[in-house]
Design a protein around this ligand. Structure first.
Ligand SMILES: Nc1nc2c(ncn2[C@@H]2O[C@H](COP(=O)(O)OP(=O)(O)OP(=O)(O)O)[C@@H](O)[C@H]2O)c(=O)[nH]1
Ligand SMILES: [Mg+2]
Length: 432
């Protein structure tokens, strides 16, 4: 697995390249007019721009945490990134009802949080409290609201805060309701989620159901309702260790439950800037694949655009070149060199070139022949589904080969099933 610093360096390089696409094109054995068209396509694409911006300007996610003292808000944040973070209060933004905190690791802010513990009661009675909350939220511009309740012990004040916060935000940001500390449900001695009994699983489902009922009764419709355990045993008792040493604490028992689902929900619904940062600090082993998937989505979209404004014959060359760039980027994300050689390695495995031994300059001149190898029946005119699905499938093969280490002989099957999976519209996919 690549280290965080190496992945970050690679992301830096990719965003740098986007500003100098001509350098990337130099690596590609395609005719000049194709390269120019490609640059225009990549520069003009809104989704591409958003993704590059998201990578470049990644920043700590901002959460509003709603939940009583002791419900497990801080523990959830630790569970999300698998580290024991230092919670630092931002004195400047503190009010009587909500306070801003930074969660730091080795001096670096990983999360920014507004903790609203205890605010419910004053909201009920105090108008200026509501105004204050409004200001706090407006200045903070949160990425998500996390609402925590333990078991059935929900408190009406919490519901008040959740309602108010959502009113203030106009339901624009994702709210996720969490039934916390479900490891404590019967049988509470079993802390390993892999060994949860059927009875315990039923109890967990029930806790989530009870929470969903409370929310429904209050007309609150969160993006998701999740039962979660943040249970972690550290190699030393954090409360007995100096704050300076928290970053050295290691997990010796991992009882986390559903944190992955929570992360999926957050990543897929937050701004890309916060989502990419979150990936880097929560699931480093999956970052390459996840970012590769985002590139696949963007490149498939561009492929659709190529097919819907056809330039006879040359569109297939354009498409193959675009796909070659996608493969190069995915290979690069996996730790390979940024070169056309890596793309060629994959394309050869897929049947383009290899056996007949024709070079890739010829390949780009014989675009339609290549098209028929990879997308049977394509010919010289491309349908949108074939273009989008082809790029999607080639991208998936690139992830399998470069990132997941799948062997070459399985790649054709992966291309085929990915094409089946892609039925015209890509927006229905969750890019996990
Ligand atoms: N078993 C179990 N204990 C938990 C879990 N989450 C938190 N705890 C424990 O509950 C206690 C309170 O957790 P915190 O994370 O400090 O709660 P909090 O909501 O941040 O509390 P305040 O900061 O006071 O508002 C700690 O002793 C945690 O170890 C969980 O999922 N399972
Ligand atoms: Mg706390």
């Amino acid at each position: 697995m690549m280290k965080q610093s190496e992945i970050e360096n690679r992301l830096e390089r990719i965003t740098g390249i986007y500003n100098k696409l001509s350098e990337l094109m130099e690596l590609l054995p395609a005719p000049d007019n194709i390269k120019i068209k490609l640059i225009n396509l990549l520069v003009g694409d809104k989704d591409m721009e958003e993704l590059i911006e998201g990578i470049k300007k990644r920043r700590p996610p901002r959460f509003i945490l709603i939940g009583r003292t002791g419900v497990g808000k801080s523990s959830l944040i630790n569970a999300i990134c698998g580290k024991y973070l230092a919670e630092e209060s931002d004195v400047q933004v503190g009010t009587t009802f909500g306070e801003k905190y930074s969660y730091k690791f080795m001096g670096k802010t990983i999360f920014e949080v507004i903790d609203t513990r205890g605010i419910g009661e004053s909201l009920k009675t105090n108008r200026s409290a509501e105004e204050d909350l409004k200001d706090l939220v407006a200045n903070f511009s949160p990425d998500a609201i996390l609402f925590l309740v333990e078991g059935r012990a929900y408190v009406p004040e919490d519901i008040t805060v959740l309602k108010k916060t959502n009113d203030i935000l106009g339901f624009k940001i994702p709210a996720i309701a969490i039934s916390a500390q479900v490891d404590k449900l019967q049988e509470s001695r079993e802390k390993n989620p892999n060994n949860y009994s059927e009875r315990k699983k039923r109890n967990i489902e029930d806790a989530a159901y009870q929470l969903s009922k409370i929310l429904a009764e209050n007309d609150i419709t969160p993006l998701g309702i999740l039962p979660v355990s943040s249970y972690i045993e550290w190699n030393e008792d954090p409360t007995k260790v100096e704050k300076e040493s928290w970053n050295k604490l290691k997990i010796i028992f991992d009882g986390r439950y559903n944190i992955d689902k929570l992360l999926d929900l957050l990543e897929n619904n937050m701004s890309i800037k916060a989502g990419i940062f979150l990936m880097l600090y929560s699931r480093l082993d999956q970052v390459s694949r996840k970012i590769a998937n985002r590139f696949i989505k963007v490149f498939s979209g561009i492929s659709l655009a190529i097919a819907t404004t056809p330039i006879p014959f040359s569109d297939i060359i354009l498409l193959s070149s675009l796909q070659a760039i996608l493969i190069m980027l995915i290979a690069y994300l996996s730790g390979r060199d940024l070169s056309f050689g890596t793309a060629k390695e994959l394309l050869v495995s897929l049947g383009a070139g290899g056996a007949t031994g024709f070079g890739f300059r010829v390949l780009f001149q014989q675009g339609s022949k290549f098209a028929n190898l990879i997308f049977p029946g394509a010919g010289s005119a491309l349908s949108a589904a074939i273009a989008g699905g082809g790029t999607y499938a080639i991208g998936k093969a690139a992830i399998a080969y470069f990132i997941q280490g799948v062997s070459r002989d399985k790649l054709k099957d992966i291309v085929k099933s990915a094409q089946d999976e892609y039925k015209g519209t890509i927006d229905n996919f969750v890019f996990a």
